[in-house]
Design a protein around this ligand. Structure first.
Ligand code: HEC
Length: 132
């Protein structure tokens, strides 16, 4: 009887935590429309990378040694060159098709970025890739 009660309580507590799960989903991010100007790192770019990129470039897995969880780690004058979408390696990868010879990011078998999101990242870079 006691075991049954304990199992019940554990399930109750677990379901409480699951229902309070506030992780952002692909759907949440795809519902955000990134504006044509004043793109915000915290409101638009970070959540976008969080759902589309962190599985391979964050949270303990850093493919190509690239950590996208901290702006200062990738706005480094190579991966992202503030103000310059031509030389920013990140743009080579997110363009469709990507710059020739480079694999697309995210890889094609992963949830893709839509046109608004790709454009939004470029606008953010043109506007200085700021921590705004
Ligand atoms: C499923 C795993 C996966 C996801 C998701 C992913 N990447 Fe990658 N990424 C890789 C791998 C593996 C490499 C290294 C192989 C290569 O260079 O193509 C890489 C390489 C890169 C590079 C090149 C780094 C360098 O130093 O040249 C960039 C830039 C990049 N990814 C950006 C992104 C961005 C931006 C996203 C999200 C929009 C993303 N990636 C999502 C796996 C992933």
């Amino acid at each position: 009887m006691n075991k049954l009660l304990i199992s019940f309580l554990i399930i109750l507590i677990l379901s409480f935590f699951i229902s309070c799960d506030d992780t952002i989903t692909n759907q949440d991010v795809d519902n955000i429309v990134i504006p044509e100007k004043d793109v915000s790192f915290s409101k638009h770019i970070y959540p976008l990378f969080q759902v589309k990129c962190f599985s391979c470039h964050g949270n303990g897995r850093y493919e190509a040694g690239l950590d996208l969880t901290l702006r200062t780690r990738f706005v480094d004058g190579r991966i992202v060159v503030p103000g310059d979408t031509i030389t920013s390696i990140l743009v080579w990868r997110i363009n469709r098709p990507p710059k020739s010879g480079f694999a697309p990011m995210p890889p094609l078998y992963m949830p893709q970025m839509n046109n608004n999101q790709i454009k939004g990242v470029k606008i953010w870079i043109v506007e200085g890739a700021k921590e705004n």
